[in-house]
Design a protein around this ligand. Structure first.
Ligand code: IVH
Length: 693
């Protein structure tokens, strides 16, 4: 991997590799819009190359992309009347301020006004009009000459065949696929058996070049420059003129260009456009700041690559390339079975993305995704990240097909695949059956005799719609069910009765709150001491529990709010009403109302048990008095004895209970010098806390 951090200077070998990688990436980017690198990585690579060349003058390789339009990647055969330049980039408000100060130093006067407009994420084109009629459409190419793409002109909306006036002019601007055009293009392509476009930019590049396609894909033009109109027009007025001639401009959008009197105003407009970005119907990859007046532009002049009077304030890329590791199938509340991509974590615009939506099975097939693929992931603002397409050219041959589930991953029943979105044949009842089975499980309420078949029977008979209903089942109701005799009925009722007084951690766990499993339920129960205190907790209070971050805390609060009716009914049936002393005072945020424990309650007795201060991990199979305990019960035991249970050995681990067939955890504990005991020795240590049999 090449160093992407421009703070560290490249070695000569890495420099040469970086140049090769950048040339390859820009060739792909500017020809078919594909990219083996994300935009942020490409920018970082260019900066590292430029830093090396600055530190080693005279050593720049001839292929180096620095100082070249389109990274030197493309050429064309139609010469441009006036070079089509690129833009220099800045990446922060500070860099923009420095750039503006440099420009004003050069001019020897303040810039009269700025024009701030979106940097459209498409491809630059020049449209030549004679007497108001469109003659030729040309790509930017290397800036001096481009490729003739006139064949694509009539598919480009916003670029009229005839202007409102019979002028000779060359309109310049960006051609892109709006999000809607992109979605539509991929539908049409897949219907024709073609691979979907990885992203809108890639789609625009491919569409502009394609000839003789059996289907039509529309694109959109946004004008931002012209050659041959009045040279003295300020930029903002030039944009108005373009619109008056009939060309589409960004003026018709929420991110419309704005004339700003000061740089502070320009900065503010940049923030506004950046904030609008997720809601815009097309992609932008930055905001362009231009000196508005023609005099300022003329006096500032241009370099060979970019004008000195304009700069792009780049925004973090919304598309990133990462690897598709796995596909999970989750069953929603209505029984919809939705695939979710598990990704190699990737940071998109400051947020680490590990999961992304894949819509539905047909969509996976349409996109031709495989496990192990490099994929484009898209995330904009609060929009749920989604996998767009695989980089087919990057395949190694080790990719594996994605296996679709043959039965409902939650309840095991059949799947209704007649619609695009697959659904458990039980629909909403899948949720009820699954949550009852889960709640009755050994590590939750441990209701013997309430397995899958019985849960299905109870739900289908309409006796149980959720967990609370279990606690009001009558003998008569149960006896009326098929295969329910006196004995099994009495046994089940007795098991339910026992479950009524299970400790708080188990009742909480039985709720199946998203983001909380057995361990987290124990921690929450120990922290708050009662269901009322848990329910009264706000996100800040919950975040005080070990392992709950701000995001998880918010999810738990939302889940508890949704579960409120169920919790009320459980409380009315005496389930989960046990109160223990909380480990932490119940004050901070948890309004200790109702039966919530008092703030001054003593710290849990457990804190003083034989494992006080110990961080314990259990591995291998348990024997002797511990043989019957599940892992969860072992963990409960550890916590009753004052210790902290954890599932993996780390530097913080102080004790490992290693049973038979202990493997890597034992090896790791030995490596770290962690104390290791047998299950029998451990049983002696915690004898007073063992569960009654
Ligand atoms: S002005 C001399 N304005 O970004 C004028 N360019 O990375 C130079 N682009 O080559 C271009 N939106 O393809 C300008 N509002 C905008 C733009 C814009 C997108 C593209 C254009 C340019 C590239 C530079």
């Amino acid at each position: 991997m090449l160093p992407m951090n421009d703070a560290a200077l490249l070695t000569p070998g890495d420099y040469a590799d970086a140049v090769t990688a950048a040339v390859r990436a820009s060739a792909a980017y500017y020809t078919d819009g594909g990219t083996p690198l994300g935009d942020d990585e490409y920018d970082a690579l260019l900066r590292a190359i430029a830093a090396y060349e600055e530190a080693h003058p005279g050593e720049a390789l001839p292929d180096s992309p620095t100082g070249k339009v389109a990274g030197g990647a493309v050429e064309g055969d139609v010469p441009h009347s006036v070079p089509m330049l690129s833009l220099d980039n800045v990446f922060s408000a500070e860099e923009l301020a420095e750039w503006a100060a440099g420009l004003e130093r050069r001019l020897g006067r303040p810039v009269a006004a700025w024009c701030v407009e979106p940097k459209l994420d498409g491809l630059a084109v020049a449209a030549r009009y004679r007497a108001g009629r469109l003659q030729r459409l040309i790509t930017r190419g290397d800036g001096l000459a481009g490729e003739d793409i006139s064949h694509a002109a009539d598919a480009v909306l916003g670029l009229p065949a005839a202007l409102a006036e019979p002028v000779d002019v060359e309109l310049r601007g960006e051609v892109l696929l709006t999000r809607e055009q992109f979605e539509h293009a991929n539908e049409v392509r897949t219907a024709h058996g073609a691979v979907p476009f990885a992203n809108p930019r890639n789609g625009a590049a491919g569409t502009l070049r394609a000839k003789d396609r059996p289907y039509r894909v529309e694109l959109t033009f946004f004008g931002y420059d012209a050659v041959g109109l009045d040279d003295d027009l300020p930029h903002s007025a030039l944009l108005e003129r373009l619109a008056a001639l009939g060309a589409n401009t960004a003026a018709a959008t929420a991110a419309r260009p704005l004339r700003c009197a000061t740089l502070a105003e320009a900065q503010q407009r940049i923030e506004e456009i950046a904030a609008l970005r997720p809601a815009l119907p097309f992609g932008i990859d930055g905001v362009v700041v231009k000196a508005d007046s023609a005099a300022d532009q003329r006096d500032a002049g241009s370099g060979s690559r970019a004008p000195r009077w304009a700069v792009a304030r780049k925004l973090a890329a919304e598309h990133k390339v990462t690897r598709l590791l796995d596909v999970e199938w989750n069953v929603g509340r209505t029984g919809i079975i939705a695939p979710r991509a598990v990704l190699e974590p990737v940071v998109i615009d400051g947020v680490t993305v590990t999961y992304a939506t894949l819509h539905n099975p047909a969509d996976i097939t349409r996109r031709g995704l495989m496990l192990g693929d490099q994929v484009f992931v898209y995330r904009a603002g609060d929009v749920i990240p989604r996998v767009e397409a695989p980089l087919v050219d990057e395949r190694t041959g080790d990719e594996r097909p994605i296996v679709f589930p043959g039965s409902c991953p939650r309840c095991g029943d059949a799947i209704d695949t007649t619609e695009q979105r697959w659904r458990c044949a039980r629909g909403r009842n899948c949720q009820a059956v699954a949550s009852v089975i889960y709640a009755a499980g050994r590590d939750q309420l441990d209701i013997e005799g309430l397995g899958g078949t019985r849960a299905v029977q109870l739900v289908e008979a309409g006796l149980v719609t959720d967990l609370a209903d279990l606690f009001s089942l009558t003998r008569e109701q149960l006896l009326a069910l098929e295969r329910m005799g006196d004995t099994s009925t009495d046994n089940l009722l007795a098991a339910i009765e026992t479950a009524r007084s299970r400790p708080l951690n188990r009742v909480f766990c039985a709720l199946g709150v998203r983001g909380t499993g057995r361990t987290m339920s124990r921690r929450i129960a120990a922290h708050f001491g009662s269901m009322a205190a848990i329910r009264a907790a706000d996100a800040d209070t919950l975040a005080a529990v070990d392992g709950i971050g701000a995001e998880k805390a918010r999810v738990i609060v939302a889940e508890l709010a949704e579960l409120a009716p169920l919790l009320d009914r459980l409380a009315a049936r005496g389930v989960g009403t046990t109160v223990t002393a909380p480990r932490a005072p119940a004050t901070a945020g948890a309004r200790a109302d109702g039966d919530a424990p008092r703030a001054e309650a003593a710290p849990a007795a457990a804190a003083a048990g034989p494992l006080a201060g110990e961080a314990v991990v259990v591995t291998g199979s348990m024997t002797g008095p511990l043989a019957a305990l599940s892992r969860n019960e072992m963990n409960e035991l550890i916590e009753r004895a004052g210790g902290k249970a954890s599932s993996s050995v780390s530097k913080r681990t102080t004790l490992l209970v290693a049973g038979e067939k202990a493997g890597s955890k034992r090896a790791r504990a030995e490596e770290l010098g962690v104390r290791i005991v047998t299950p029998d020795d451990f049983a002696v240590l915690v004898a007073d806390h063992l569960p009654e049999v």
